[in-house]
Design a protein around this ligand. Structure first.
Ligand code: HEC
Length: 235
């Protein structure tokens, strides 16, 4: 039985990265503790703990140009899976707020939901019940968008491989490749020897009937798939 690796704690780097003042001294030391706008996100979110290795699920503010968060706050859930995150002190620079995954550098890796910031004060994001786990994200943001058209969503499944929801995990993990003798599609714990990872991140498919080499240009997605495979317990 293969199961996902046990929970690992996500290290919260936010503490180190909260905004600092500009160092100038004002004559009348004006203090604005609640300056800026507020975004309040509520929902029933699962899968957050699956993000480790410097990735974290956050509510974060961005300009429209940059992929790096100006301000962000980790998303946590209580025992019932209920989430409430209040991101306050959002300054004028911030143009959009996203529920997303960022890396150690606070660079946006995946976006789940986004809102523009036109309103002057509190903005509510009600996200409902969602699974933001690593595999659920790969399914939604990679397989469903780029792969299922040829792998099971129609009458056709290339190499007999179904990458549709419900079927993809069992079709991949520990299953032999049809095209590369002796290799597994997903070799638990080892992305390097997994045909799935090689298919999206290398030119292994250049001699196949369908070249996949340039289908997934996002190196962030390569990293997520690699991390997911490397974290599957091999037991
Ligand atoms: C345009 C159609 C098409 C798309 C889109 C596509 N594939 Fe494929 N895929 C194929 C075909 C056809 C084959 C079989 C090639 C052959 O037989 O030489 C294949 C084979 C594969 C294999 C090898 C299976 C094995 O058993 O060795 C993997 C892995 C794979 N695809 C993954 C993906 C992933 C992941 C995506 C999305 C990023 C994707 N494919 C998108 C058509 C497609």
């Amino acid at each position: 039985m293969i199961k996902k690796k046990g929970m690992a704690m996500t290290i919260c780097m936010m503490m180190l990265l909260t905004s600092c003042d500009d160092g100038r001294l004002y004559e009348n030391q004006m203090i604005h503790p609640e300056e800026g706008r507020i975004v309040k996100l509520t929902g029933n979110i699962s899968g957050i703990d699956e993000w480790t290795n410097g990735y974290s699920v956050v509510v974060a503010g961005f300009t429209n140009e940059s992929e790096y968060a100006i301000i962000s706050k980790s998303v946590t859930t209580d025992n019932d899976g209920q989430t409430e995150v209040v991101l306050s002190g959002i300054n004028d620079e911030v143009e959009r707020v996203e529920l997303c995954v960022t890396n150690r550098l606070r660079k946006r890796i995946l976006t789940f939901q986004a809102v523009g910031l036109n309103a002057p004060d509190t903005i509510r994001m009600e996200v409902g019940t969602i699974n933001l786990g690593v595999y659920a994200s790969i399914q939604e943001q990679l397989f469903n968008t780029t792969c299922t058209s040829c792998h099971g969503a129609s009458t056709f499944a290339g190499a007999g491989l179904y990458l549709t929801e419900e079927k993809s995990y069992d079709a991949l993990v520990g299953e032999p490749s049809q095209l590369i003798n002796g290799m597994l599609l997903v070799n638990p714990g080892d992305a390097g020897t997994s045909v799935l990872y090689q298919t999206i991140a290398t030119d292994i498919s250049s001699t196949w009937k369908q070249d996949h080499s340039n289908m997934v240009m996002s190196t962030a997605m390569h990293d997520i798939v690699r991390t997911w495979i490397n974290n599957i317990a091999n037991d």
